[in-house]
Design a protein around this ligand. Sequence first.
Ligand code: ADP
Ligand code: MG
Length: 669
Amino acid sequence: MQSKRIFEAPVTVLPGIGEKRAQSIKQLGLETVGDVLFSYPRTYKDFTQVVQPHQVEVGVEQLTSGPLTNLYERRISQGRRLIQGQLGGMTLTWFVYHRGPGSSYLFRKLERAKQLWVYGVAKPGLFGPEMSSPEFFLTAPSHQGLMPVYPLMSGISNEQRVRWVRAALKHLPLLPEILPEPLLSNYLGRQEALQEIHFPTSWSSREKARERLVFEEFFLFHLGLQRGKKRQEGIRHKPSGALVQAFLDNLPFELTKGQQAALQEVAKDMEAVRPMRRLIQGDVGSGKTVVAEFGAVKAVESGGQVAMMVPTEVLARQMAGRLKASLEPLGISVELLIGNMRGKDQDQVRQALAAGSLDVVVGTHALITEKVNFCHLSLAIVDEQHRFGVRQRSALLGKGNADLLVMSATPIPRSLALTLYGDLDTTEIRDLPAGRKAVDTRLVDPARRDDVYRYLVSRVRQGEQAYVIFPIIEESETMDLKAATQEMEQLQQGLLAEVRVGLIHGQMGKEKDQIFQAFYDHEIDVLLATTVVEVGMDVPNATVIVIENAERFGLAQLHQLRGRVGRSSKGGICFLLAYSTSPHSRERLEVVRRSNDGFFIAEEDLRLRGPGDLLGVRQWGQPLFRLGDLREDRQALQLAAEKADAILTQDPGLKSYPHLRDELNRQTW
Ligand code: ADP
Ligand code: MG
């Protein structure tokens, strides 16, 4: 493939990636050659030299090597071990999670090492320099210079990723520049920046590369945000008539005040010429779906089509089921479109969309592939907004001149919302449907862990269901995952031996969906999960959630997780098991225990941890920006906003910037 389309080619064109591997590395966000190029190193290891242990400098990241002596392991609290050893005059320390008998996996590995290569930062200690939790290698690292370190998953090594990146970089000369001329004088060229971000020739050139790519990222972000806004002419939907009235009359419940206000705002926006760009923020369970349904009915009544995009296939199925139940009785057709569906069925849905015979489609990002065309898309709905990038949203809108309704259960504090969603008008639904009880939240000492599980089992015996969540901050941390899977298995064989248990983690493929489905169908009583249980999971029969190592989660995330239960009149109970007793982590958990207000919790999370975590990798597994940091790069973000505004004012359709426009319309990278 000798054209720039090579960057849209599937990863299987790269050496060493077959169909099966291509399937599994989707989790790393790698589907196309472009994805490989635009997935940047997490960090670098400075392997330019190996320092003798006695020459190690305090405060600098470096590689050192020598024999490991005086190695021992000690239990410091329930589930925690301390490992120490000596390398030359330096003390090495690791902390690991390990419950149960025997020595930990890490200890056994270190015990076998004759010589150790250690990479980390030494700090001054009581008896000479110390390194805490350094990375180590049992053989000498082969790469010299600045070694890129990529996010990984089990079965994929950094060396493999390095090889793929090298192969992808061979196509670099075909990659078009996208920044307009006058801006370019301030930054590295696109090709050079990509080369340098992966394999920097020095720290300073890597910094220049980052600067360029961060600006590019922010610039595209703001172009995406502002593009819709500049367009003055949108679809003017008809005033609500008999169909909307029938929908409202058929509702099985009274709308809350918040819902009523939201419906009014949506109706007003949709009827206006100005395109609707509205964000509905409401806590889990506040009933946002009905707002989406209302918009859909209204769009269809005006002769339009509706696309609703949700982040996962499980959620898409659930949502399609819900919309079918509520809309089909009104004579509105609803279909599902996901990648994991028979090709023939997909074709059928796509044809119906293009022909205009299908009213509403619910799907994953399968909706934004080039193959999908609408006859008259007039409303695009994005649920669980934080899981999608702005570009995906922009790509969906690119399918028509549609109104946009975005729904988010993660309240974004106002200060942040302005920078991030500057283009969206916001509606907050602050009340919950009547009769909904707040989830009873308990902070529990790990000493009472067994009691918690006994209680959980008693609820399961009454026919209810439960979640148990384990923290894996970085799914790539093999150590972490191993510890968590071990714990899950121990639970399965021990305290939860009497009930039907399903076990999921982020590195599972399709199986994960099947287990979710089984839980949904109540073929499983307790779901043990290392990943965030899908945000929109709606299993009303689930009443108990246990969160292990709760101190390792973000507050907004805990609140989200807790929202999985208490979705029916049976109420819900949430146990936060905290193994760290530092006052800071106690203060954080107290916020969640005391408050059930997602908006308040989000503000507190922002105050206690800063914006990175609230929107960042930790929280949702998918960062908003690949490189850019909301705090550090604030100036670049501001500049990008100004430049985007300027260029769109002068050329709203980006007609003079075809490469830039292409890039903006592309979904994945
Ligand atoms: P979320 O805002 O989390 O997306 P949903 O729209 O899924 O919330 O609603 C959660 C549950 O509450 C659903 O089962 C829905 O049918 C129900 N529900 C929504 N609005 C009301 C209401 N006004 N009164 C009673 N139940 C409601
Ligand atoms: Mg929802």
